[in-house]
Design a protein around this ligand. Structure first.
Ligand SMILES: *Cc1c(COP(=O)(O)O)cnc(C)c1O
Length: 389
């Protein structure tokens, strides 16, 4: 057809590969969630109550822990875990908490919000998690706790980490926001291998983009520690377990029944959702062969991790992302600025975290959700392979 170049025609029909679309993600659950929410509306019970308790029990069973406390969001789960241990006298203001340098800022915010001091541990170049082989190097006087983050869904738990925390009697608070459903390859402190149940407390986020997401903010704390569960139940409720009897200067951080009802619908499908993501990751692993693109590598024993993000590393990230977008592929970056380089943490700007800096400079997340079909993943792999400098 005169006047139309092939290029233009192909641009008009070019396929679009969205990074994530939450409406699509929730489509299969829509009717069941509407039904569950109608049940809440009709129950007249809008704070606490049976919907929250039912979800807490379901999550406890799913991750093999005795206690779950439903909370407003993942950050609150992290900060209430620490706050609970402060109230119980197991942590005190000014104590130090080891935390990966390569994490979402929320893990660190939970520490500083409680008047505790983060001790950053650089990432391992392969796992992208806290380098468990170098923990003794980072240990300082005053470290009382450690917060392993299972970043991108990859479990940060191995014999080196377990030995380290046992040798130094540290409290272990897992940030499991990205790894619901993952299983470690060695036992946690209390026998179970389920992420979120490996240490003393595990923190979950059900932010809409997480592998199990609510229609809004939601979170939970899972724990093997009955005293911590009790303390956090009180702190989330103004510091009170009985009305008008305030044992702590508490907060209001309760999980809504509306969110609990949505999550009760979705939780039984967590393994299925994780399985679908694993298939996409398998396609990327298999078909991406571009030497300019470093794929995620498996640490020995990472086989039971889940995929929250599929993070590749590319030297010229901006050019790579622009090329992908020109070809219809949306990507994201998790995260371009590590916590210790954020404006709010200027006091840590001088610390030396070469591996985490390098990850922050080069990481790119490819689409890995229900919005991406297996065919899409094959196309995306092919487009990735077409990238050159
Ligand atoms: C999402 C996330 C959080 C915070 O959870 P919210 O529910 O968004 O508050 C904390 N840590 C990590 C690693 C996360 O990915």
């Amino acid at each position: 057809m005169p006047g139309y170049s092939g290029r233009r025609a192909s641009m008009i029909t070019m396929k679009h590969y969205p990074f994530l679309d939450l409406k699509t993600v929730n489509e299969p659950y829509r009717d069941a969630m509407v039904e569950a929410m109608t049940r809440v509306v009709d129950s007249g019970w809008y704070v606490g109550g049976p919907e929250v308790e039912a979800f807490e029990s379901a999550l406890a069973a799913y991750c093999d822990v005795p206690y779950v406390v439903g909370l407003t969001n993942g950050l609150d789960a992290l900060r209430l875990a620490l706050r609970g241990y402060i109230e119980l006298g197991r942590l005190g203001k000014g104590d130090k908490v080891m935390v990966p340098a390569n994490t979402y800022v929320a893990t660190v915010l939970a520490i500083t919000d409680n008047g505790l001091v983060p001790v950053f541990v650089d990432a391992h170049d392969m796992t992208l998690n806290m380098d468990t082989s170098r923990l003794d190097e980072y240990l300082q006087e005053g470290v009382k706790a450690i917060m392993p983050v299972h970043l991108y869904g990859r479990v940060c738990w191995d014999e080196a980490l377990r030995d380290f925390v046992q040798r130094h009697s540290l409290l272990v608070i897992e940030d499991n926001a990205q790894a619901i459903g993952a299983v470690a390859t060695c036992d946690g402190l209390f026998g179970t291998r389920h992420s979120g149940g490996l240490g003393h407390a595990g923190c979950f986020s059900f932010y809409p983009t997480k592998n199990v997401g609510a229609l809004g903010d939601a979170g939970a704390l899972a724990t093997h520690d009955a005293e911590l569960a009790q303390a956090v139940r009180a702190i989330r409720n103004y510091g009170s377990l009985r009305q008008y009897d305030n044992i702590y200067k508490g907060l209001n951080c309760r999980l809504d029944p509306m969110k609990a009802a949505q999550l009760t619908v979705k939780l039984p499908f967590a393994d299925m959702e994780n399985g679908a993501r694993a298939k996409l990751a398998g396609i990327y692993d298999c078909y991406i062969t571009n030497p300019l693109v470093r794929k995620p590598l498996y640490a020995e024993g990472a086989a039971d991790s889940v995929w929250h993000q599929y993070v590749v590393r590319v030297d010229d990230r901006d050019a790579f992302r622009a090329y992908l977008l020109e070809n219809g592929v949306e990507t994201a970056v998790h995260y371009a600025t590590p916590p210790y380089r954020q404006t709010c943490y200027a006091e840590y700007a001088g610390i030396d975290m070469p591996v985490s800096d390098e990850i922050a400079r080069t990481c790119v997340s490819l689409p890995i959700s229900r919005c991406t079909s297996l065919d899409d993943a094959m196309d995306i792999a092919e487009i990735v392979n077409g990238y050159h400098r």
